[in-house]
Design a protein around this ligand. Structure first.
Ligand code: FPP
Length: 256
């Protein structure tokens, strides 16, 4: 696993499509957006200011994905563990989500972005649930970029829930346990019908998955960037894509 420290090389400023040809561009990029709190602290600001700047970086990552020809972008915006943060911060984060849904959907829609949510969305206030449903409905016909936002998401809970659904289907005679293989099991995950991520990026220098897409990222390339999420730019995105293009993916097979 390599850690990239600076978005300074020439390749980093170019989308990987231009640098290496289309086959080296990941179809699906997933991002663990980390470092909002540290960014705020570093700048002598309240944590909410870091989250607000983080929302601007979300827009930059969407734009960079479209420019690079990435078809799927999954963002880890709120983990199931985030509910345990101080109530004031949870309120700030959910307020920001509400604001984002009000102000950004029109532009996402105009840019051909299809928005979908994975996670235990029913834990959010009813007005947010309704806004999420409406955003998904409104953008359902778009195909330029699939933007998946992980909200109240935890990978272990997702896998347990999938196992429970499969078990109930088996008990009710709708599923033959002998037929349950990886492909069928995936149909019970939040991500049913979506491709696995090819590349997982985490910002802020931390190097872990934090309960994010544990099943789906089984063969993903991991790139850790030493940049705090609010400072994340299109150049950082392209730098991660360039690093991805240098990797040899073998999916568990032998070197060629
Ligand atoms: C991690 O930073 C980030 C989060 C917990 C939330 C991510 C939220 C956003 C980027 C903004 C809102 C997004 C949308 C889609 C509206 P941290 O607070 O854990 O940072 P730290 O580790 O430095 O404390």
């Amino acid at each position: 696993m390599s850690v990239i420290t600076k978005a300074s090389s020439a390749a980093a400023t170019q989308p990987a499509t231009e640098a290496r040809g289309p086959s080296s561009v990941p179809a699906h990029v997933a991002i663990i957006m980390d470092g909002n709190g540290r960014w705020a602290k570093r700048n002598g600001l309240p944590r909410v200011a870091g989250h607000r700047e983080g929302a601007r970086a979300v827009r930059r990552s969407v734009e960079a994905s479209i420019r690079a020809g990435v078809s799927w972008l999954t963002l880890y915006a709120f983990s199931s563990e985030n509910w345990r943060r101080p109530p004031g911060e949870v309120l700030d984060l959910t307020g920001l989500l509400r604001h984002y849904l009000r102000t950004e959907i029109q532009e996402l829609h105009a840019n051909g972005v299809r928005l979908r949510v994975i996670g235990d969305r029913e834990r959010f206030d009813p007005d947010i649930c309704e806004a999420l449903r409406e955003a998904e409905r409104r953008t359902a016909g778009n195909a330029r970029l699939n933007l998946i936002v992980a909200l109240s998401y935890g990978s272990r809970a997702e896998i347990v829930s999938a196992a429970r659904t499969a078990a109930v289907a088996a008990r009710e005679g709708r599923l033959d346990p002998a037929r349950l293989d990886e492909h069928l099991f995936e149909q019970f995950l939040f991500t049913a019908g979506m491709p696995d991520p090819d590349l997982v990026i985490r910002t802020s220098g931390e190097q872990r998955l934090s309960n994010f897409l544990l099943w789906q990222a089984a063969y993903a390339e991991l790139v850790f960037l030493d940049v705090l999420w609010p400072d994340f730019s299109g150049a950082h995105f392209n730098q991660a894509l360039a690093e991805y293009a240098r990797r040899e993916r073998r999916f568990g097979t032998r070197p060629s």
